[in-house]
Design a protein around this ligand. Structure first.
Ligand SMILES: [Fe+2]
Length: 308
């Protein structure tokens, strides 16, 4: 059994107002990390933490150094870099030289292999400069990244594979937000590029994103597309993935009952937590290889416009 915690959008070092969905308690991040470390210790069966990006609010040397100290209680932590992690010309070099513990190999892209699954860590690109974010948000994967994913998918065809990249692949379902307008709709080209991988790879079962600060679970072509709400926002949620031979289970957990400070929850924005079907599922990982699908947590939405 492989178990890992999935968190994202911690925005360490943020000062003043930033993008958020729920009430944010970034100033309490050290306490929240300690609280999560205690939760994990109590369970005593979680193998690692996967951070889906925007670990820091700006990729400065000072923030990256702080991140190595702040996230040490959750070690081992794997990081799939987000746009906020790459704001400076030197951000990538500083991550790799000062925070190598977050990266499995010498580069920012890597493959985590366990006895039960393989997880591709593939940072989203945002502009013509690789591994850099200036101002525009135009998510994409480099040709080399897509080719490496394909090679790694072929290496372990017997395993369920997960892909972690910061940008969501689909917008948040309108049934979840209750709005007429799409929310966090990525460019069609990005969705197409990820769906090309999904549709040619029956063993790619789940794509993990972040960035929107919303819990989302969309199914398309038998693949699960998940995003997680921001960890420092009430009620401090994260995902627990449990994968064993033939089964993948995801639940959404929170620290609302455990934190030792008062916080307020904005009920007007409860869409960020999602419906039950956005928060949990269980399925047979062989489903995409032609075996019966078993889905828990009710009927989840079918993602947008691009299918097989
Ligand atoms: Fe982001």
């Amino acid at each position: 059994m492989t178990r890992f915690i999935y968190i994202a959008d911690t925005h360490l070092g943020a000062v003043g107002p930033i993008y958020r969905q729920q009430n944010s308690y970034i100033e309490r991040l050290p306490e929240l990390i300690d609280c999560l470390a205690r939760w994990r210790k109590r369970r005593n069966d979680v193998d690692f933490v996967l951070h889906g990006g925007d670990m820091v609010n700006a990729g400065t040397t000072e923030n990256i150094q702080r991140a190595t100290e702040s996230f040490a209680p959750l070690s081992p932590v794997h990081l799939s870099l987000g746009n906020h992690d790459l704001t400076e010309e030197e951000s990538l070099d500083v991550w790799l030289s000062r925070a190598p513990e977050f990266f499995r190999h010498t580069g920012p892209d890597s493959l985590i292999e366990t006895d039960d699954c393989a997880i591709h860590i593939v940072p989203t690109q945002w502009c013509d400069l690789p591994y850099r974010w200036e101002s525009s948000l135009d998510p994409r994967l480099l040709t080399d990244q897509a080719e490496q994913i394909r090679r790694d998918l072929r290496k372990r065809p017997d395993m369920p594979h997960l892909l972690s990249t910061h940008s969501p692949v689909f917008d948040v379902p309108r049934e979840q937000t209750g709005w007429d307008e799409p929310f966090h709709l990525p460019p069609e080209q990005f969705t197409r590029s990820v769906m090309a991988l999904v549709n040619e790879s029956p063993n790619l079962c789940c794509v993990l994103g972040a960035h929107s600060h919303v819990n989302m679970h969309v199914m398309n072509s038998g693949c699960h597309f998940v995003t997680v709400s921001a960890f420092p926002e009430a009620p401090f949620e994260f995902k627990l993935f449990e994968i064993d031979e033939g089964t993948m289970r995801m639940t959404t957990e929170n620290l609302g009952e455990e934190v030792e400070f008062d916080f307020a929850y904005d009920t007007e924005r409860s869409y960020a937590q999602g419906r039950r079907c956005d928060r949990e599922f269980e399925f047979c990982t062989q489903a995409r290889r032609g075996v019966t699908v078993r889905l828990g947590g009710g009927n989840c939405s079918t993602g947008g416009r691009i299918g097989r």
